[in-house]
Design a protein around this ligand. Structure first.
Ligand code: NAD
Length: 451
């Protein structure tokens, strides 16, 4: 049995039986058997079923959100947004089955057409930091394109995924079309990689595990989408609305206690306004409300585990701490929002993904240096540019090597726009119009007209 812990208190919430290898194989076999019938469901009917699934999720937003508060320590406001995001992603891709059109290409002597064929069984591996949205970003387009899905939640946070699996059945999805398989990464997740009936793996998690998944998938030329780590930069120019940039900076890195692959965990500030920016940032950090995540007022809850807290602490131990926010005493894995001053780009806290409420600040001289510093990382997931100069905003947007940038904003995720990383932050795109086709293969068919 795997114990599921409430990170706000350290108490055991419940236990979940993990699947073993034989159980995983049996589930994959059921998904494989369910595939032809699901593929052949009329597009309008598949769309209707996904809309009904979205409607059932909508009826359970509060229940799902409260479950996530207990299991992941997410603030209730965030958790409601996350459950709502599952509904929205399902509704968005419910529009896909009737629109999954191929092409008709002129070829002499007959008719040439393309089909977007579903792949078969898709395996989705989810991390603990956003259990609901990341699951839906995989399963919604996969199901819409006609695939069946096996989904492995993270060991620490299986509860909302298990509930979503039940809600899918309640909504009328046929049995075994969408199965949630709690268990270990090295057992269930690894089997998605090695089982020949799983035709695609969608992985979100650490860059290290992602690389091993990609290498494993190569053996069967298995399709793979990777959403990996990040070390994104918020770049603040002297001509920016500094008050707005400083007010938004805490949320951009401390949201979800910094356990966000898009966290703007490096702050680059133009040297001429560096002191003024820090003076504006300090009260915003101190005012960030670290409270019981079930409280409507809470802006930040605990870290996910004691291990994660130890890891995060290790980055702060030898660093130059500028100032910190508040924390909660007592049980659970609490950690205060922390601002570190980087001495240069060699600092470990500047280079590595911390995945906690810690931001490192470094000054820069000019635009060219800002680009160089921002791109001096193996990652390339998101980032923000703060400037009032439209030309500079455009130049920077093209120069910074990341998949999801925002200008005068820290918003990276919308269900209808593409999301994913450049460099070692990932491969492929989720959400928006781009994700759907990655759950299909193109088939070209030529029909001869005859004499
Ligand atoms: P992790 O890589 O340890 O685990 C992620 C998932 O993979 C879990 O379900 C785990 O059980 C499974 N897994 C572990 N080893 C496996 C193996 N050998 N084979 C198959 N599956 C395996 O990551 P984590 O600690 O759960 O999540 C944190 C990481 O996820 C961070 O690095 C973060 O940046 C990244 N992340 C990225 C995005 C993104 O969209 N780019 C989003 C969220 C999280």
């Amino acid at each position: 049995m795997t114990e599921v812990i409430n990170p706000s208190t350290g108490d055991v919430l419940t236990t979940v039986p993990p699947l073993d290898l034989a159980g995983t194989d049996a589930a994959i076999a059921r998904a494989q058997k369910a595939f032809p019938a699901w593929r052949d469901v009329a597009p309008g009917d598949r769309a209707r079923l996904l809309r009904r699934f979205a409607a059932v999720v909508d009826e359970h937003i509060e229940e799902l959100a409260r479950l996530e508060v207990r299991n992941a320590g997410h603030t209730i406001g965030n958790a409601r947004w996350e459950a709502g995001n599952v509904r929205d992603v399902l509704n968005y891709y419910a529009g896909a089955p009737e629109r999954l059109a191929g092409r008709q290409i002129p070829v002499a002597g007959g008719l040439d057409v393309t089909f977007h064929e579903p792949l078969g069984v898709v395996g989705i591996i989810v991390p603990w930091n956003f259990p609901m949205p990341i699951a839906a970003w995989g399963f919604a387009p996969a199901l819409a394109a006609g695939n069946t899905v096996v989904l492995k939640p993270a060991e620490l946070t299986p509860l909302t995924a298990i509930r979503l699996g039940e809600l899918a059945l309640e909504a009328g999805l046929p049995e075994h079309v969408f199965q949630v398989l709690p268990g270990k990464g090295s057992v269930v997740g690894q089997r998605f990689v090695t089982h020949p009936a799983v035709r695609k793996v969608c992985f979100t998690g650490s860059t290290q595990v992602g690389k091993s998944i990609m290498a494993g998938c190569a053996d069967q030329v298995k399709r793979v989408t990777l959403e990996l780590g990040g070390k994104s930069a918020g770049i603040v120019f002297a001509d920016a609305d500094l008050e707005a940039a400083a007010a938004a900076a805490p949320g951009a890195v401390f949201d979800n206690a910094g356990q966000d692959c898009c966290a703007r965990s490096r702050l680059l500030v133009e040297a001429s306004v560096y002191d003024r920016f820090l003076a504006l940032l300090e009260p915003a950090v101190r005012a960030f409300r670290v409270l019981d995540p079930a409280s409507e007022m809470s802006q930040m809850g605990p870290l996910i585990s004691s291990g994660q807290r130890e890891t995060v602490q290790s980055y702060v131990d030898d660093a130059d701490v500028a100032f910190r926010g508040s924390t909660v005493d007592g049980g659970g894995w609490w950690f205060p929002p922390t601002v570190l001053l980087a001495s240069g780009t060699g600092d470990r806290h500047w280079r590595e993904e911390i995945f906690g409420p810690v931001v490192s600040v470094l000054p820069f001289r000019d635009e060219a240096e800002a680009v160089r510093l921002a791109n001096d990382t193996e990652y390339g997931l998101s980032g923000s540019i703060w400037t009032r100069d439209v030309g500079r905003a455009l130049r920077m947007s093209r120069a910074v090597e990341t998949g999801a940038l925002s200008v005068n904003s820290n918003s990276s995720v919308r269900y209808w726009t593409p999301f994913g990383g450049m460099k070692q932050s990932g491969l492929g795109r989720e959400l928006g119009p781009d994700a759907l086709l990655s759950f299909t293969d193109v088939k070209n068919v030529f029909l001869a007209m005859g004499e």
